[in-house]
Design a protein around this ligand. Structure first.
Ligand code: PGA
Length: 239
């Protein structure tokens, strides 16, 4: 793992953009694995700015998102489909047919999503990390061998996300569809970004503990090209 520590969120976002831009510059039809959450918003803002100011084009780019809630419509204001369109896709020249997010509640839908990624192969997978060490919605205990699957969300994750649902945990969906850890590990490059003290324990377990299902992100120790970009608070518990 290559670990880069920056002073603050803006610098983390800029550094993450530099890593992303290298991939985009090397391959105009790059396949991007994308993530939702608060963390990658700054990265996406840098991508939008670069598209508008420098004309970087996404016409040949394909994207595959990590996960989506089960049980809410794609057009729900808090769906990840809505999030991605609002925070990135509507602001760049990507073609709608090249945008992919998992959707559904059945094994067949999971397998079809997995297959669609195998057909192209992800060049760079963007990840955040949960306070409990999850990547995508792979909660602690998820076997590293899982591919795209349906998960029940843990209480902590639903609490962390209640801020998007009127601060009411009862409105947060109980299940999600997510790429598995084995899916994520197939990406050629992984870019994980984490900021804030709330992530410090998970970051430490990801980097310094033996890989274990207790910290899903620790599986990344076995990936050959991972860049981790942290702010000082998220890095504060590292040796
Ligand atoms: P966050 O979520 O970026 O909103 O902190 C990260 C995650 O749970 O993966």
């Amino acid at each position: 793992m290559k670990i880069i520590i920056k002073d603050n969120y803006d610098e983390v976002s800029l550094e993450a953009f530099r890593v992303m831009k290298e991939v985009l510059d090397a391959k105009k039809d790059a396949v991007l694995g994308l993530a939702t959450g608060s963390t990658p918003i700054g990265l996406y803002q840098n991508m939008i700015k670069d598209h508008k100011e420098n004309g970087t084009s996404y016409k040949d780019v394909k994207t595959f998102n990590l996960d989506e809630y089960v049980g809410i419509d794609r057009n729900h204001p808090e769906s990840y489909y809505t999030f991605m369109h609002k925070n990135l896709f509507n602001e760049i020249d990507i073609l709608e047919e090249n945008v992919h997010l998992p959707y559904g509640n059945s094994k067949a839908e999971c397998d079809a999503y997995e297959k669609s990624m195998e057909d192209v192969s992800v060049d760079i997978q963007v990840l955040g990390i949960g306070g409990n060490g999850h990547i995508g919605f792979n909660e602690p205990g998820t076997p590293f061998t899982e591919t795209t699957h349906i998960v029940e969300l843990q209480e902590r994750t639903r609490k962390d996300n209640a801020r998007f649902f009127n601060d009411n945990i009862d409105e947060v969906p109980t299940h999600a569809i997510t790429m598995g850890i084995a899916t994520i590990m197939k990406a050629k490059k992984v870019l994980l970004i984490a900021t804030g003290e709330n992530k410090a324990d998970a970051v430490k377990a990801m980097i310094e503990d033996e890989p274990s299902v207790n910290c899903p992100a620790s599986a990344l120790q076995n990936h050959k090209d991972v860049v981790v970009i942290l702010d000082k608070a998220a890095a504060s518990k590292l040796k």
